[in-house]
Design a protein around this ligand. Sequence first.
Ligand SMILES: [Fe+2]
Length: 211
Amino acid sequence: MPMQKKFEVLPLAYPYNALEPYIDAETVRIHHDNHYKTYVDRLNAALENYPMYQSWSLERLLKNIGALPPEIQTAVKNNGGGAYNHGLYFSIMGPPQNKMPEGKLKNAIDQAFGSFDAFQQEFGKSALDQFGSGYAWLVAGRDGRLFIKNTANQDTVLPLGFCPVILIDVWEHAYYLKYQYRRADYIKNWFNVVDWDKAGLQYDGCLKKPF
Ligand SMILES: [Fe+2]
């Protein structure tokens, strides 16, 4: 029997404590090494007996959930979504740098929201208003226009036809150790650890690939 091709946890590009004082090392460690890894492990378990889908990318799986065998659709949606969302979340953060969006991403943010400040306010409000667990996203449409979207649980924006630029995890596990119930403080501080260079690359990718 051929070996199973497994999805993998993307390693952190920075030490656990690199996001301090905004996100504490313990939260990053548990969130990345336990929560994120569990989604990846469960996705691999769901696909264990379905070798033909192991070669699909996460994006392809999540955009085509309805094409999968019914008995694994929910597991792939939830755990594939968890794997995808956490991979992106950890990759678009980095040590605080006091940077802002530049180039095409800056222009698109100004066009869509008026200014970077106005974008942060609208995005923060959207993240705060997400009822229960989920995410707030900055996404690009096919023409490169930017929108803010929310998803619940581990849903992604991929089946909606949007290309993700950044996202914030507002599950309690993302902030509870340091912030307890104070989601608003976590969101406000989170902007300090967004790596806008990475976000810019993500947006450039959205403009290049047909979505
Ligand atoms: Fe999470």
